[in-house]
Design a protein around this ligand. Structure first.
Ligand code: FBP
Length: 260
């Protein structure tokens, strides 16, 4: 059974997950120009916006800051991660057990799989264990499904993204988070390939308000279940303004023009 629709991380089958694991994945350079956001408190505060259905963070941030926000923010516990200092074969080790995440109050589990990496067998086996523990606790699972490795020449090719979304279905995720395959048609195919798994888009590097919202509008029209977005929200000088607009586009079916 797909638990997604009944969980606090969705609203009417759609979600806007604020992703903030970049301090680990990209390092402090991700905060250039918005140095105040080096303080995680600013991001937890941001996540109290009505539009945000969950905040995805690593264990360290959750342990320290989540207790003050547990009444206002749903927690998506990102249970593996890797730094950009690592230059070996793509791999994302476990950083957080499901049990510990549950103790802190997790409402959902997030986990990266890199289909195509030479370490794919380990990653799939580790995902299996996490997915089964999440099921024991009745928690939905979001898979960051990011094909990479020597075999992947172009990780945003339509067939690669459709495969990534399908892998979410095959391995028992409730949400497959994928990169935008550059066209609504390609995304629509990925949504079909994912069956009843919700396909949400990552936001990518920061673009203009209009460009970003137009892509979100097109993605929603193509059947996406929402966004799991980081930089395109919290790297903005005024994140509240883009969250207001995203709320309209994702949950109310507004156009980018209308929302702006
Ligand atoms: P963005 O919306 O900022 O692209 O974040 C989505 C995300 O999946 C983050 O959760 C993660 O930190 C980052 O992208 C990893 O991206 P990559 O592995 O491509 O550097």
């Amino acid at each position: 059974m797909k638990a997604f629709d009944e969980t606090p991380i969705s609203r009417n089958g759609k979600s806007l997950i604020l992703a903030h694991d970049h301090g680990l994945e990209h390092g402090p350079t991700a905060f250039e120009g918005v140095e105040d956001r080096l303080d995680p408190e600013t991001i937890f505060e941001m996540a109290t916006h009505d539009a945000v259905t969950a905040l995805a963070v690593q264990k360290g941030l959750a342990e320290t800051y989540y207790p003050s926000y547990e009444d206002d923010v749903a927690l998506l516990a990102k249970c593996n991660g890797t730094s950009s200092l690592w230059e070996g074969e793509p791999y994302s080790p476990r950083t957080w057990s499901v049990e510990s995440a549950v103790e802190i109050g997790a409402d959902a589990i997030g986990y990266t799989v890199y289909p195509g990496t030479n370490r794919e067998p380990e990653m799939i086996e580790e995902f299996r264990a996490v997915q089964e523990r999440a099921r024991d606790h009745g928690l939905p699972v979001a898979m960051w499904s990011y094909p990479r490795g020597q075999a992947i020449k172009e990780h945003r090719r339509p067939e690669v993204i459709a495969y990534a979304a399908r892998i979410g279905l095959e391995l028992g995720a409730d949400i497959a988070k994928v990169k935008y395959p550059r066209s609504p048609e390609a995304l629509s195919h990925a949504v079909d390939a994912a069956g009843d798994v919700r396909v949400v888009l990552s936001g990518g590097s920061k673009t203009s308000d209009y460009e970003f919202l137009s892509t979100v509008e097109a993605a929603m029209d193509a059947g996406a279940g929402g966004l799991a977005v980081g930089r395109n929200v919290w790297q903005r000088e005024n994140p509240e303004r883009i969250l207001d607009a995203l709320e309209q586009v994702i949950f109310e079916g507004a156009s980018a023009d209308g929302a702006l």
